[in-house]
Design a protein around this ligand. Sequence first.
Ligand SMILES: [Zn+2]
Length: 144
Amino acid sequence: MSNNQPQHDQWNDCPAGELSQLANRLNARKQRVRRTQLLGKASAFMLLVACGVFVVGFALDPGGPRYGNITCSECKSHFVAYHANETNAEQMEETLATSMATHLQKCERCRTLFGKTYPGVLSAELTQQSSIPMFAVAGFTPCY
Ligand SMILES: [Zn+2]
């Protein structure tokens, strides 16, 4: 037997209210842990919902909005051919040219990109006309 061990034969009464304060602190800690876990689960759920919305949105509308029956990515892929068509260098298929004209007329994003890539090529009618309403918010794409 070692004499360094604490002696437990001298017990004193706890000060009044100490046990209830201890219980209150333990309960408060439990609630904090529960709240943190709940917040974590809610965040994970929100992230899952956001990912779901993004995936479904992309699946329904890959390549951006469809104007003139072509998507933005399809439109961009025909920039070179449309430029050649507009400068009378090389004729492109008439249906595709019409689709490109319609898309560039209605899609401000593609029109701006085309205008920067080939300045002065788009007709004044195309560059001045916009289907985007005045109240449109930057980055918002209307659904048609
Ligand atoms: Zn576009």
